[in-house]
Design a binder for this molecule. Structure first.
Ligand SMILES: O=C(O)C(=O)/C=C/C=C/O
Length: 486
């Protein structure tokens, strides 16, 4: 493991502008997935800490934050983005220590995008206008926006800072206060983020952070708390169902970005070299631990063998190992539990009649750390669990198809509906196929190309609602229509 000058940190809660331990002093260990060694300790929060955080957030709704003009809020949001960039090296190292992802990835995607999330929404808020409706000469209607109130943000462990700031920036831009519960596996950048908000001038109580677990812990307490008005959650569909049940008691507004089993459809007329270059990313980047990864690859039969030959050859070149080595393309999976889950699916693939064309094993020489070779599986059919269930690891299945109708029927036969990629140089087919895929996001001849003004989110059991641009403000603000009789 290559050493850096940035050292891991112990993580406290951040409540009402102060870093504090749990009231009962409870902590849990933070483990480095690349070495299985202890990084530090994390305060373990529960209902008591959530209560303090929600009280602070409610009080802050009517404090200096409410009195600030949009321009004052915008200046603070810009400063948050600036401070993230100032601490980019530190944040990149901490993110890679927590997640096992290569530092070139956290340094080029996760952290810059976290800053951009703040810079984007600080600009975007200036563009928000409200509607007015004239009712002949009888009345004039106009809508005003106000904050929803206290928002619970429950963030995942795969892109911890990117996804926390994707929610935090618009929530603050719209004037809300928040209580954040980061994933217990990735506490460090969340903790630095609280410090950055304080240093940028966010008033006490506006941003609160409570570490802990989900069930019977901080997560559950946050989703059940009657004084939390809304929850924005990114994570597994099963957890989403649990949160929805807990939030029902106080009828909370929900924004969900859940799981996916995203198709990557490759027609024979596409440019294979271009397809392979991007497909390596959409299959294995971040160890395949991205909700948008194209884990179901469908290739038109006439290009199937040529695709497999090139895809396997290029996959073999991917270096698996030390997240701090610049040559590493695939780091360590997030935890031992997740490693067992992913390797369990590889064993299942063989039982279901699949062929492990490449990978499937722990790389030679890496005895410590949750390392797994990028894995390509063929020979499975649509009714196999490995083809239907989200694995969330560096594992893809490749299936040939003959007609557009056949592949569309197959890719839509799932309860997920998050994203998809389509590769073809036939303009009409690109539009025709993209318009028939049941997903919230369809990329044509690319993947993970993001314009933050666009609607982002999934349909079916991949999510509820959209975030991005005006869609974020639809969720993070309440509209009142005022009707004035003339
Ligand atoms: O790019 C985004 O805004 C985003 O939300 C990415 C989500 C990835 C989830 O694993």
């Amino acid at each position: 493991m290559q050493q850096t000058k940035v050292k891991p940190i112990d993580c406290l809660h951040f409540i009402n502008g102060q870093f504090v331990p749990s009231l009962d002093g409870k902590t849990f260990d933070n483990i480095n997935p690349a070495t299985e060694e202890k990084l530090g300790t994390v305060a373990e929060g529960g209902a008591a800490e959530i209560e303090l955080a929600v009280q602070a957030a409610r009080k802050a709704l009517n404090g200096p934050w409410k009195k600030m003009t949009a321009n004052e809020r915008i200046a603070i949001l810009r400063k948050v983005g600036d401070l993230i960039l100032e601490r980019k090296e530190e944040l990149s190292v901490l993110e890679s220590l927590d997640t096992g992802k290569p530092t070139w990835l956290s340094g080029s995607i996760d952290i810059p995008r976290a800053a951009y999330n703040f810079h984007f929404f600080s600009d975007y808020i200036r563009t928000i206008t409200n509607e007015a409706t004239q009712m002949d000469d009888v009345a004039i209607n106009y809508a005003i926006r106000r904050p929803v109130g206290v928002i619970g943000l429950i963030n995942p462990w795969n892109l911890p800072l990117l996804l926390m700031t994707w929610k935090l920036a618009p929530a603050l831009a719209a004037g809300n206060t928040v209580v954040m519960k980061p994933a217990e596996l990735t506490p460090m950048t969340a903790t630095v983020m609280a410090e950055i908000c304080r240093d940028a001038g966010v008033p006490d109580g506006v941003v609160n952070l409570v570490h802990g677990f989900g069930p019977n812990s901080a997560g559950a307490a946050l989703t059940e708390h009657p004084d939390v008005n809304a929850i924005s959650f990114t994570g597994e569909t099963t957890t989403g169902k649990i949160i929805m049940a807990a939030a029902a008691k106080s009828l909370k507004r929900l924004s969900y970005e859940l799981g996916g089993k995203n198709p990557n459809v490759i027609f024979a007329d596409s440019n294979l070299d271009e397809v392979i270059e991007t497909t390596l990313k959409s299959s294995f980047i971040n160890q395949g631990e991205v909700c948008l990864c194209g884990s179901r690859i469908y290739v038109e039969r006439s290009a199937y063998e040529a695709f497999l030959d090139k895809f396997v050859a290029k996959t073999k070149e991917l270096v698996v190992g030390d997240p701090f080595d610049a040559k590493t393309k695939v780091g360590a999976l997030i935890s031992e539990e997740h490693y067992e889950r992913v390797t369990g699916y590889i064993k299942l693939a063989v039982e279901e009649g699949g062929t492990i064309l490449h990978g499937g094993k722990r790389p030679a020489g890496l005895e410590k750390g949750y390392y797994l070779e990028p894995t390509i599986i063929t020979g499975l059919t649509r009714d196999c669990r490995v083809v239907k269930e989200e694995i969330f690891g560096p594992v893809v299945t490749v299936i040939p198809f003959d007609t557009e109708e056949e592949v569309l029927e197959q890719i839509n036969d799932t309860h997920y509906g998050l994203s998809a990629s389509v590769w073809t140089n036939d303009l009409r087919r690109a539009h025709r196929v993209a318009g028939q895929i049941e997903a919230g996001i369809v990329w044509v001849n690319t993947w993970f190309l993001r314009d933050l003004r666009t609607p982002f989110g999934g349909m079916k059991q991949s999510g509820i609602g959209r975030e991005g641009g005006v869609h974020s403000f639809e969720f993070y603000s309440e509209l009142t229509n005022i009707c004035i009789k003339l």
